[in-house]
Design a protein around this ligand. Structure first.
Ligand SMILES: [Zn+2]
Length: 149
């Protein structure tokens, strides 16, 4: 889903926290849901060879180039589990758990409709596949070594 919709959705999700007086939860809900796309920076760099701080460019350029796999470490079940563990100690992260979970679900529904693979929710699963692709790329571009006799 595009960055501007994530910002709007995160703002809407933070409203119930505001109404019940949980201002820190509302803040983490808004910030985490909107800023999680910063982790596209790694994939953007791998694809374009440069960094960008334009959030629209970060979230939408990658989708338009239809990159088959993404590292995106924050778009993962592992990150949500980390936030759940953090929220046991610090209540304010309950807002982050809600917005990051909804962010991930909407990304899956809107970005991966054609190739829905729920295992891809796991960063470790994705990274393993991604590393394999890079390994295949490196092997196919290596010059065959001549054997000296
Ligand atoms: Zn996203």
């Amino acid at each position: 889903m595009k960055a501007r919709y994530h910002v709007a959705l995160s703002a809407a999700l933070s409203l119930p926290f505001l109404f019940i007086g949980e201002y820190w939860m509302a803040l983490t809900c808004l910030l985490f849901g909107a800023l999680i796309d910063v982790d596209h920076q790694l994939d953007f760099y791998l694809l374009f060879g440069r960094f960008t701080w334009n959030i629209t460019e970060l979230s939408e350029e990658l989708l338009e180039h239809n990159q088959p796999t993404f590292f995106c470490p924050l778009h993962s079940l592992e990150f949500i589990i980390s936030l759940v563990l953090l929220s046991w100690r610090f209540d304010m992260f309950v807002g982050a758990v809600v917005s990051v979970t909804v962010h991930l679900i909407t990304d899956i529904l809107f970005n991966y409709r054609k190739e829905l693979d729920l295992l891809r929710v796991s960063f470790l699963y994705r990274a393993r596949g991604e590393l394999r692709l890079y390994e295949q790329f490196r092997q196919s571009h290596q010059q065959p070594k001549e054997t000296v006799k």
